[in-house]
Ligand binder design. Structure first.
Ligand code: NAD
Length: 249
């Protein structure tokens, strides 16, 4: 590592963010831009008005947005091939659907959740790792969930969501072994974060948590940006809990 450079500095780095139009994705994009990265943002919906302009105003880098459904392997591969070198990727796109396994359409919810929350990151990791390894440097920062540890802390927590994130945590360790030593693969496991994903949740459910509130999207973005940085050079296959103490181990 260049000793003159601050370890969390992302200048000169090209960072891809999936789910970039969501709460955590936008926060991660804003922070990485401020840290000097050139961003490749992607989502299956168009960016909310003002996002790209804000990012452009916060740094001198060019930022790009590409529509892509993470479930579609061909789309993901085309995006990665077209974008050139990518130094780090925040694999963040995910869904949380409130379905019970007794519901008539639960099987569809299971399939969709696995396709987006698990196969999506697989599609990106498979497309990005060969180039990162060949370049001798790379970072994947994956967004899991406290639900992978707890089975979903709250009564309504859906089985398909907890199972998809549990598989994603295992996938992170599998990838970490194969991507090292050139590429560091790690995961951030958020607790309840104030995005639309918890819009229906009652803040009172946090009252017995050591930090008794929902987390803010920036509080997940900070560790994600760290795991994307040169400073994470000896962190391999870790799960970083970001949950205000909702789950302690
Ligand atoms: N908010 C929380 O409490 C919480 C807790 C633990 C983990 N997480 C995880 O954090 C990540 C981000 O969630 P968030 O809270 O910002 O929610 P969000 O709904 O605001 O953002 C999710 C983003 O993923 C995108 N997305 C969904 N399906 C997609 C697809 N098929 N292809 C491409 N993009 C797709 C959405 O369009 C959206 O922009 C998710 O993986 C989620 O599981 C969130």
């Amino acid at each position: 590592m260049d000793v003159e450079r601050l370890p969390y500095d992302l200048s000169g780095q090209r960072v891809l963010v999936t789910g970039a139009c969501g709460g955590i994705g936008q926060a991660a994009a804003r922070l990485c831009a401020r840290l000097g990265a050139e961003l490749i943002l992607t989502d299956c919906v168009v960016p909310p008005g003002g996002l790209m302009e804000t990012l452009a105003g916060s740094s001198s880098r060019d930022h790009h947005f590409v529509l892509c459904d993470v479930r579609n392997r061909a789309e993901v591969e085309a995006l990665c091939a077209a974008q050139g070198p990518i130094h780090a990727a925040i694999l963040n796109a995910g869904i949380y659907t409130l379905k019970d396994w007794e519901d008539a359409d639960w099987d569809e919810a299971l399939g969709e959740t696995m396709d987006i929350n698990l196969a999506g990151p697989v599609n990106f990791a498979r497309a990005l790792l060969p180039g990162m390894k060949a370049a001798g440097y790379g970072r994947l920062a994956i967004v899991g969930s406290v639900a992978a540890h707890t089975g979903g802390s709250f009564a309504h927590a859906p089985v398909h969501y907890a199972a998809s994130k549990g598989a994603l945590h295992s996938l992170t360790r599998w990838l970490a072994r194969r991507a090292a030593p050139e590429v560091m693969v790690n995961l951030v496991a958020p607790g309840a974060i104030a995005t639309r994903m918890v819009a229906m949740a009652d803040p009172a459910m946090m009252q017995n948590v050591p930090v008794p509130r929902f987390g803010r999207p920036e509080e997940v973005a900070w560790p994600l940006a760290f795991l994307c940085s040169p400073g994470a050079s000896f962190i391999c296959g870790a799960t970083l809990d970001v949950n205000g103490g909702a789950y302690l181990r």
